[in-house]
Design a binder for this molecule. Structure first.
Ligand SMILES: Cc1cc2nc3c(=O)[nH]c(=O)nc-3n(C[C@H](O)[C@H](O)[C@H](O)COP(=O)(O)OP(=O)(O)OC[C@H]3O[C@@H](n4cnc5c(N)ncnc54)[C@H](O)[C@@H]3O)c2cc1C
Length: 296
């Protein structure tokens, strides 16, 4: 019996494993190797590691975890979860059953790319989601933003810290007259028509094509596709969730506990703020919550 089974071994899962391994807890981490930022050449805004390739960060973390003999990293997909605190059972895709007293879910989220030619090919390179991660490198250049929710209007203000040249692509959404004139007064260029294609050279953006025939030259396009948890354990177990502007996240308390006793969660699964720092911080909380709940 493991003390804690961690499902998802990327930034959140490995951070939780490190903390629990240092506490000499028996931990197993199941992972399928699909960290969300695998499309990006470098990760930014992670203190001490700015500009490091994501795979290198994770490789180093896995290597450092070898110092903790009670932590086992396993390349496997968890398929189903059942049971109660002190007696959870996890079935893997290869038919193995693992028992654990506590669970930490850190399996992340999946971005569902819109069916726009060029979008998937440019994702993480010049079609990006976060200016703190990948904005500095294209500061002062021609930025576009695909409208995804009312939060997009706030994003146009935020992006003003990086550039004065911002195009907002409504992609079929509508704005009321007041919103439109407020944006226009700030110099935001508004395009109403749907996006039909992204012109690029190996992911390096050249322009976006619109259904009204316009072609807009850009250096970076910000987009926030709909996303969903990478696995359906929240449905299997009836866990409470919360709406985000682009999907759902698991509801957790200030110790990372989900709505079901013994199950904790961390990382992009539990936050609308998607970054390595937030993922590892929430993992520390969840690890501490799980550990505290097992103390005599
Ligand atoms: C293109 C892009 C670039 C980014 N750049 C940056 C950046 O520069 N700086 C920054 O701070 N943040 C960046 N981010 C955000 C960052 O990638 C995420 O916040 C971070 O990866 C979240 O970590 P996580 O551990 O919660 O989830 P993830 O990294 O998504 O990891 C989840 C893990 O769980 C595994 N998994 C899923 N389902 C199962 C299952 N059923 N069984 C076992 N394992 C499973 C997956 O394979 C994966 O390894 C970027 C995001 C994107 C999309």
């Amino acid at each position: 019996m493991q003390d804690i089974v961690i499902i998802g071994g990327s930034f959140a899962g490995l951070a939780a494993a490190m903390q629990l391994g240092r506490a000499r807890r028996r931990v197993i981490v199941l992972d399928t190797g699909l960290n969300r930022n695998r499309y990006a050449e470098a990760a930014h805004n992670f203190l001490g590691h700015d500009g490091t390739p994501p795979a290198e960060l994770l490789h180093k973390a896995r290597h450092q975890l070898q110092a903790y003999p009670s932590v086992k990293l396993v390349s496997a997909r968890a398929d189903s979860v059942s049971g109660e605190a002190d007696a959870f059972q996890i079935e893997t895709a290869s038919g193995e059953t693992i028992a654990g007293r506590r669970l930490i879910f850190s399996h992340g989220i999946v971005d569902d790319f819109p069916p726009i030619p060029g979008f998937a090919e440019s994702w993480g390179k010049t079609v990006i989601h976060c200016p703190f991660c990948h904005g500095f490198e294209v500061a002062g250049k021609r930025w576009g933003l695909v409208y995804s929710s009312p939060m997009s209007l706030h994003a146009t203000s935020l992006y003003g810290d990086w550039t004065d040249d911002i195009s907002l692509f409504l992609d079929g959404h509508s704005l009321n007259a007041e919103e439109r004139s407020r944006l226009e007064m700030r110099g935001i260029k508004i395009h109403d028509a749907r996006l039909t294609a992204i012109e690029h050279d190996k992911g390096q953006l050249r322009s976006v094509l619109l259904a009204d025939g316009a072609e807009i030259q850009l250096d970076a396009l910000y987009a926030h596709p709909r996303n969903r948890p990478s696995a359906d354990f929240h449905t299997q177990l009836g866990l409470a969730t919360k709406e985000t502007p682009t999907g759902i996240m698991l509801a957790v308390d200030d110790k990372g506990a989900t709505s079901r006793p013994g199950i904790y969660a961390a990382g992009d699964l539990v936050s609308g703020m998607h970054s390595i720092s937030f993922a590892s911080a929430s993992a520390s909380l969840a690890a501490m919550g799980a550990q505290s709940s097992m103390l005599a």
